[in-house]
Structures are given as C-alpha cells and as structure tokens.
Design a protein around this ligand. Structure first.
Ligand code: FE
Length: 498
C-alpha cells in the first residue's frame, strides 16, 4: 500500500552538513578563463556581465575568521557573449586585505566576531573595523563599485576587476562615510523625467541614528541628498523604494557597546533582539515637502528583516514584500558558524505588509512559509506593482535549512515553481535577466551560482524564468568552487575584448 508521508514528518535531510560546509572554504586563487565545460546551451540572446560579491577568504593564512560576513570581498565576473561565457575573479584590494595578506595574520577586528589573536587585551578599545567590500557589486554611471554597508564603496575596473580606490562621488561623500550595500535602481524616475535613478542610503548607527538618502543620476552623480534623525539604535541592512517614499524596517534590537569597547565581543555580538518590542517602519518622503511631517513611523509585530523584495503604492496603501525571521540568530563569541544548528533557528519566510498611510494601520499576511532568502525581480518593476519573484529556498517545504532550490512565485495566482539542486547542490542569490525586447514580465532567465558538494566546485545555472519545470537550460561548470556569496547584479554591458 502506498501513502504519502507529510513532508514535515520526513526526518531525512535533503543535505549533509559535510557537503554544505565545503562551500565555506577559502578560494585563494584568482582565475581568468573561458568556461568550456558546459551542459546544455547558453542562450545566444543572453549578453552582458554577471557580477557577484561575497567573502572569498574564510581564513587569513590559516587563522579562521569567526563569521562569513567578516570575510574579504572577492568579485566574480561571468561575461556572456555570442553563446559563450568567460570567468574572472579578483579580491578587492582593500587596505585591510593588503595589510593582512602581507602580515600573514588577522590584524583587524571584524564586525561579526573575528578578533585579533591575543584575547581581549589585543582587542580592547580597538574600534578600527576593516572595510571588507564584500556585500554587493553594482555597475552604475560607468563605475563598477564593490559595496559594504559600514563604509565607503571601492571602485574597480569592470574589465580586469583591478581595485582603483575608494569612491566618494566627486567629493559629495567623505572618507569613511557609508554607502549602503542595497541600492535600489528605479527604472523610470518621475523626478528625473523618466530617466533611471539609483537610490541608496547611508547609515551611521549610534544611540540615535542618522539616515541619509542618496539619489544618483545615470552619470553616477549624487543629485539628491537629505538626512533624517531617527530615535534609537538601528540595525538596517536593506530598504525599499516607491516613487514617493524610501521605507526602512527598524528591527527591534538594542546595542550594548561596553563588551565591544572592552574587546570581549565584536560589534555584531552586542546586538540583542527584543522579541517584545514592535518593529518600527520608517517612511521617508523622497522629496521632503515643507509643512509635511518629515518621517512617518508605523509599527508592526516584532520580527527581523534583512531583505525586502519590493514595494509599491496602491491608493492610500504601500505594499511591501519582505523576508521575515521570528528573531535574530545570535552570533556568539565561542560558536563556529560551520556547526550552526539549522533546526534551532526560525526560517526566513515571505510576508506581505500593507501600510495604510491614512490611518496608520499595518496588517501583514504570510505569502510563503518555506525557508527562503535572496530575492530577485524584473528590474523594471522596482518600486512598482509586480507579479513574479525568484528566490533561493530550502528543498523542504517546512523547517529551516540551507538554500538548495530556486523558487518562482506568481503573486497573482500564487502558483509556485521549484527547481532543486538537492542533495549535493547549494544555491546562492538568483538574478533575473530579462530577454532583450521582451514584453512579458517573466520572459528571461534566472542565473544562479550553485555549489556542487559532489565535485567541490561551483556551477552557474541558467533557468528559463517562464518555466522552471524545464530544469536548467545550461549548466556551466567552473574549474573551482566559489565560497557562498552575498549579492550581485547583471548589466547588459560587456567589458574588454570579449
Ligand atoms: Fe543583503
């Protein structure tokens, strides 16, 4: 007799810890080659460059870093042209990377727990954090920029990936002033007569916080800038935009600086989630008008958000889709991230928030309870109503687990399509690339790096975004692995003699 066991009762995991851990090994080598080990066919119309950023080193000369977020930024670049693909990777030559490679040891404290060797005495009152340039990479205004939210951007050569220096946007930003790692690119900006506009922010957390909104024109110049004081400590990684607003979720956390100052804990380890406090939603007008309140603050139930998917305005409401965790997983001084107990933490889940700007009421609904992270949408729909999203997801429908699958959700019909790389594959952030001259929102491709534990190397997979059930249409085997990364972007530009 056959009967289906509910997935929640299946105890066998879709992955092994040893397999998953393989993606957290350093990649020290820098490569430059045509990818020739390919299953399937790269679509001829797919032309442009995929840039990825993430921690390339999980150790400095054998000294382990404490958390992958503390790993030195390494850019990977895959260029698509005429049905072929070329790979290149380079570390961002930050001041810290160069100094530590030269010394052959850890010289800086990391935000997420990496301490200089020598115990608290070596770390006490050392507030010098390393700008590790490891979180995102964008091509905007003719500049390739590696981003890290704690400090300034690094500018790179988009062809060779050589580090050119820090980027201050013609002196509008000053040394050490942050340029966040989650800019939003608005395709059709009302304020700029329909030109595209890059909206980003700068945040310096403290006991009260200043959030500065930065809007850049297609030439890469900061054309609008306004600062806002927010009460309390903010741990904000991402935001969303609509044509009229920038919206931030101020997660309910407190920061106790004393253990950090004393060298006992890293800054990230001094952040404490407050489960009984609400999340504050900060709504900042993109064009502050005289006589209007500067920031509107609404409240919703507690939870923690790293990433939002998108937002848009409908009448008096703003709808925001976000990935919410029930709480913030603690980073503990003695813990090893490779031993994390997935089952002990709550999964990131997809929620939709409805903010009524008239009466201040916020309601929310769960769209998908499957563990998910790293969303992507059609780039033309940022800040606008949209239908499809693509996101990294766990293989199993319930529980918390590493991302092994790519999930497409149709937000109108709520139809879902899942492509899974389990048991030996672990996926990174997918990027949706529209087919040139396409009209349908899901006419294009989804590109993602997949770590293949079976061969300890990474593949770039290409899916037809309109139909995941076809499986991968091309799998490009790299000659090596790429450590699990964070964010990246695609540009239709091709650089150099390719
Ligand atoms: Fe992020």
């Amino acid at each position: 007799m056959h009967f289906k066991i509910p997935e929640s009762l299946v105890t066998e995991k879709s992955y092994t810890r040893a397999g998953w851990q393989g993606g957290y090994q350093s990649l020290t080598e820098e490569f430059d080659y045509w990818i020739d080990d390919i299953e399937g066919q790269i679509p001829k119309e797919l032309k442009g460059t995929l840039f990825r950023n993430g921690p390339g080193l999980l150790d400095v000369n054998g000294q382990s870093i404490h958390h992958p977020f503390d790993g030195d930024g390494m850019i990977s670049k895959i260029t698509f042209s005429n049905g072929r693909a070329h790979f290149r990777n380079r570390f961002v030559r930050t001041t810290g990377y160069l100094a530590e490679q030269e010394a052959g040891k850890i010289l800086y404290r990391g935000t997420f727990g990496t301490q200089k060797p020598g115990g608290w005495l070596a770390n006490i009152f050392d507030f010098k954090l390393k700008n590790i340039a490891n979180t995102n990479v964008i091509y905007w205004g003719g500049k390739l920029l590696a981003l890290w939210e704690g400090s300034e951007a690094h500018r790179l050569d988009p062809d060779t990936l050589e580090t050119l220096g820090n980027e201050y946007f013609n002196g509008v930003l000053s040394a050490g002033e942050p340029f966040a790692a989650h800019p939003r690119l608005e395709n059709n900006c009302d304020q700029d007569g329909g030109a595209s506009c890059l909206v980003n922010f700068s945040i310096k957390p403290g006991l009260s916080t200043t959030i500065t909104i930065l809007e850049l024109n297609p030439a890469g110049e900061i054309v609008r800038q306004h600062a806002h004081k927010v009460p309390g400590f903010c741990f904000i990684h991402d935001f969303v935009i609509t044509p009229n607003y920038c919206i931030f979720f101020q997660n309910p956390v407190t920061f106790n600086p004393i253990p950090f100052a004393l060298g006992i804990r890293a800054a990230g380890e001094c952040i404490k989630f407050q489960p009984n406090q609400p999340t504050q939603i900060l709504i900042i007008p993109r064009t502050p008008k005289e006589g209007e309140e500067e920031i509107k603050i609404l409240e919703t139930q507690s939870g923690f958000v790293f990433h939002h998917i998108n937002a848009f305005e409908v009448g008096d409401e703003v709808l925001i889709d976000s990935i919410c965790y029930q709480d913030l997983p603690k980073v503990e001084p003695k813990s090893d991230f490779r031993q994390v107990d997935f089952e002990a933490s709550s999964p990131g889940q997809l929620w939709r928030f409805y903010l009524n700007l008239k009466n201040g009421i916020v309601r929310r609904e769960l769209i998908d309870g499957r563990c998910c992270e790293f969303p992507s949408i059609h780039p033309a729909n940022v800040g606008r109503p949209y239908r499809y999203l693509y996101i990294g997801a766990a293989h199993a429908e319930t529980g918390n687990a590493p991302l092994q699958a790519l999930l497409k959700i149709d937000l109108e019909s709520l139809e879902r399509q899942l492509w899974s790389a389990a048991p030996r594959g672990f996926v990174g952030e997918p990027i949706f690339v529209p087919r040139p001259d396409s009209e349908k929102e899901d006419d294009g491709w989804v590109l993602a790096l997949v770590y293949d534990a079976a061969d300890h190397r990474s593949d770039l997979v290409i899916l037809d975004a309109s139909d995941f059930s076809k499986g991968v249409i091309a799998r490009l085997h790299l000659k090596h692995h790429i450590p699990y990364g964070l964010h990246g972007s695609f540009t239709s530009e091709v650089f150099g003699e390719i």
